[in-house]
Design a protein around this ligand. Structure first.
Ligand code: NAI
Ligand code: A1CAB
Length: 285
């Protein structure tokens, strides 16, 4: 969990206390902001930026945080969390570059964007960290995968872990693994929602009311997730325990295999990994 009001990494006169700014506060930025506040960060130590004035107002009212311009936030904060879309990153960095000093830690949460992409647009030796969170940060069950750029120190990594650890687990990986982690973890929740949606449709086909089908599948998902996390058993063993000889489950498994669901998932995650790789190269379509 995070420790608010940690000592400042900078004694620059205009940065008297440790402040974290979220730049581009959309879904992920707001999820992170709300989690930091839930875990004890003082709203006074958090800054936000948003493209639209109404959005800035909404964040100010909802969280009691100060909303600034991007340059204003860069000048006031010790740590900047860039949470805009990858396609908006070059423009945001161009706006920030004159205002970011080399004692400011820059953390990017954008899919695909490499630390090198950011470093080459900011002053030499600016520490940069790449993080891939996921939306369960909203319920403090996120996973944030963290990699250091060329100039980020051990203390910078620990600071990033402190921030993202407030809303779930963190994992350090070499940056070469970030695109794969984005496919598995950043996008991961979407696959489970997709499965729940499809299985709820199956419940409708089998004659159940939608709300009951939804509740049954969601509880099966929660139960399975907790067992995966806490039982210490391999998923194959857990599945075998459900799969009785000549029973119901094996008939379903045969259909999943016949329809190539395993191969479809492997191909799907490979496509997500490939798209993450493309995003840094400026492919915006
Ligand atoms: N949604 C998700 O599940 C995850 C998203 N991400 C990454 O997080 C980033 C944000 O994603 P979302 O929150 O889903 O998108 P979003 O569209 O909800 O939020 C992005 C926000 O950035 C704002 N913005 C863009 N340029 C700006 C600028 N120059 N100044 C101020 N604000 C600016 C937009 O107005 C928008 O509110 C993306 O880079 C994405 O790859 C990472 C992990 C998971
Ligand atoms: O779909 C996306 O590009 C973002 C990054 C990971 C999850 N959502």
């Amino acid at each position: 969990m995070s420790t608010p009001n940690k000592p400042s990494k900078s004694s620059t006169p205009n940065k008297p206390t440790q402040k974290v700014a979220v730049l581009g506060t959309g879904k992920i930025g707001e999820a992170l902001l709300s989690g930091m506040i839930r875990s004890g960060w003082a709203p006074a130590d958090l800054l936000v930026t948003a493209r639209r004035q109404e959005r800035a107002e909404e964040l100010r009212t909802r969280y009691g945080v100060e909303a600034l311009t991007n340059p204003g936030a860069a000048e006031r904060a010790d740590t900047l969390i860039l949470a805009c879309k990858p396609q908006d990153m070059a423009a945001l960095l161009a706006e920030l570059a004159p205002h970011v000093t080399t004692d400011t830690l820059v953390i990017s949460a954008a899919a695909g964007i490499t630390t090198a992409f950011i470093e080459e647009r900011l002053a030499d030796t600016t520490p940069v960290i790449r993080v891939m969170p996921n939306t369960p940060v909203l319920v403090d069950e996120g996973m944030s995968v963290i990699s250091a750029g060329s100039h980020a120190t051990a203390a910078d990594l620990a600071h990033a872990e402190d921030i993202f650890g407030a809303v779930g687990k963190t994992l350090r990986v070499p940056e070469t693994q970030q695109d794969a982690c984005t496919a598995l973890s950043g996008s991961g929740p979407a696959y489970f929602y997709f499965l729940v949606e499809a299985m709820t449709d199956a419940g409708i086909l089998l004659g159940l009311p939608r709300d009951k089908a939804h509740d049954l599948i969601v509880q099966a998902a929660i139960g399975a997730a907790v067992m995966l996390r806490d039982s210490g058993e391999h998923p194959v063993k857990l599945r075998e325990n459900v799969t009785s000889p000549a029973g119901t489950t094996i008939n379903a498994i045969r259909e999943l295999e016949n329809h190539g669901v395993r191969a479809a998932l492997i191909a799907a995650l490979e496509a997500a990994r490939d798209r993450s790789r493309e995003l840094a190269s400026g492919n915006n379509t």
